[in-house]
Ligand binder design. Structure first.
Ligand code: HPA
Ligand code: MG
Length: 220
């Protein structure tokens, strides 16, 4: 990330990691991760706070909370569960519609540069006049989200905000910073909590750095 992270983003320092022996890792991934960056319990505690922050910034109007699949699914599921219990500006519960969009741009650990978006033109037109909150797992270079936002800007959406669980501190960043971020993470390929490497590791609860063994084993 080129700029200093904002004060409200929790930063996982580059050298900081938890010992693999101190948490439970599924046996099928024992050699495939090099470190634990964010244990599952910490992820959940941070999401509870994000849900409060997000809800408290909306009026009484309905918000379309849109999960960016596949990686955003776990974060979306936990975030919306907490948001249902949180209060908006008026001290009331927030009316939400839950929606899903599939976006794909990564193969192995690299962006293909080709962003595929699953929503049809008709579905995108239905967003006109609505408040949209996109829920993403990670902003890495930021190019995928930038393309998605560019596309959405053609459809007269009333407001668009982005919540991303992770923001990668990478020199390859295009400079895009989402409205809500759980953690800023080191420039490693991270997996777990639904973040994948070629669709593997979604069944790992902690957010971990993948090892070279893991990369080689599951390469396409
Ligand atoms: N991990 C998983 N998916 C990703 C990453 C990452 O580090 N960056 C972009 N998509
Ligand atoms: Mg993603």
């Amino acid at each position: 990330m080129p700029m200093e992270p904002k004060q409200w983003i929790d930063v996982v320092e580059d050298k900081f990691k938890y010992d693999l022996d101190h948490f439970i890792i599924p046996s099928h991934y024992e050699n495939d991760v090099q470190s634990i960056l964010i244990p599952h319990g910490l992820i959940m505690d941070r999401i509870a706070k994000l849900a409060q922050m997000i809800a408290s910034e909306y009026d009484d109007e309905r918000v379309v909370v849109c999960c960016v699949l596949k990686g955003g699914h776990q974060f979306f599921s936990d975030l919306t569960r907490y948001m249902k219990k949180a209060l908006n500006k008026q001290g009331k519960s927030l009316p939400m519609t839950l929606d899903f969009i599939r976006v794909k741009s990564y193969e192995n650990d690299a962006s293909t540069g080709n962003v595929q978006i699953s929503m049809t033109d008709k579905e995108l037109r239905e967003l006109k006049g609505k408040n949209l909150l996109l829920v993403e797992d990670i902003i890495d270079t930021g190019n995928t989200m930038k393309r998605l936002l560019e596309k959405l800007s053609q459809y007269e959406v009333k407001s668009v905000k982005v919540a991303s669980l992770l923001l990668k501190k990478t020199p390859k960043s295009c400079g895009y910073v989402p409205d809500y971020v759980g953690f800023a993470v080191p420039d490693l390929f991270v997996v777990g909590y639904c973040l994948d490497y070629n669709d593997i590791f979604r069944d790992l609860d902690h957010i971990c750095g993948i090892s070279d063994v893991g990369k080689a084993k599951y390469a396409m």
